[in-house]
Design a protein around this ligand. Structure first.
Ligand SMILES: [Zn+2]
Length: 244
């Protein structure tokens, strides 16, 4: 009688194979998700690099004058607006902005663009609420916020002029844009040295990406940021304002 030559796996062999696969997945999946996040972080830094370059081009175009971060009331405010609604600044970015039936730019809508961090799951849908700019009611999925002192200082209110970049004594320490959170009151703006620490978003393994006036990018932990509970930090003035 022929011997039963069954080549099928035994139950024990099957269990061994399954447990090896489970073990490999346990080892590989966390490193895959770390690699995915590293990829998203690189895209985010590239976005901020683009925004920093758009700012550089804007400053050069306006002979050293900076754009405002958000609208300010009063006479100076007549020409100030949210940075992301400033068409001269936005036109320096490759945004693929849509247009309505009348050819008026509508923004990117929910489409991700260089204004959207890939790690940001639900970017804020942002529109300028200022009635001064009815032709610029563009809507963007926005993940980044600007330093609120961008372009404006107390001197500007007196002179009616935008801040000049030469006011920034340490461009390398002056934070311009970062991974942000935002509220309807301060959309697109990180506020000032006194802003809540939660205005930043630490999306990238507990770090926020930021671009500085000299165009370099940094990943910052909350503790790296000189908030106003650390007024003795020598970087406070340079990071938030144009001070030494
Ligand atoms: Zn980001």
């Amino acid at each position: 009688m022929a011997k039963n030559n069954n080549k099928a796996f035994t139950l024990v062999e099957l269990l061994v194979v399954i447990s090896i696969i489970a073990l490999l997945m346990g080892i590989l999946l966390p490193s895959l998700s770390v690699a995915r996040e590293q990829g998203r972080c690189v895209v985010c830094k590239s976005n901020l690099k683009n925004i920093g370059l758009a700012l550089r081009l804007y400053i050069d175009e306006f002979e050293g004058k900076m754009p405002s971060a958000d609208p300010y009331p009063g006479s100076y405010g007549q020409k100030s607006q949210h940075w992301f609604m400033n068409s001269a600044l936005m036109d320096n970015l490759d945004l693929n902005v849509g247009k309505d039936a009348n050819g008026v730019p509508t923004g990117t809508g929910r489409e991700h663009s260089v204004l959207t961090c890939p790690t940001h799951r639900k970017p804020m849908m942002t529109k300028d609420l200022s009635p001064d700019y009815p032709a610029q009611q563009r809507e963007y999925a926005l993940s980044y916020m600007a330093n609120g002192t961008l372009g404006v200082s107390n001197k500007c209110f007196a002179s009616g002029e935008y801040r000049h970049e030469r006011e920034y004594k340490k461009p390398r320490e002056a934070m311009m844009f970062c991974d942000g959170n935002g509220t309807m009151q301060t959309q697109g703006t990180v506020l000032y040295g006194g802003c809540p620490k939660s205005n930043f978003e630490y999306r990238h393994r507990e770090k926020t990406n930021a671009v500085f006036l000299d165009q370099h990018i940094e990943s910052l932990k909350e503790d790296d940021i000189p908030f106003c509970d650390r007024l003795d930090d020598r970087r406070f003035g340079a990071f938030w304002y144009a001070k030494r």
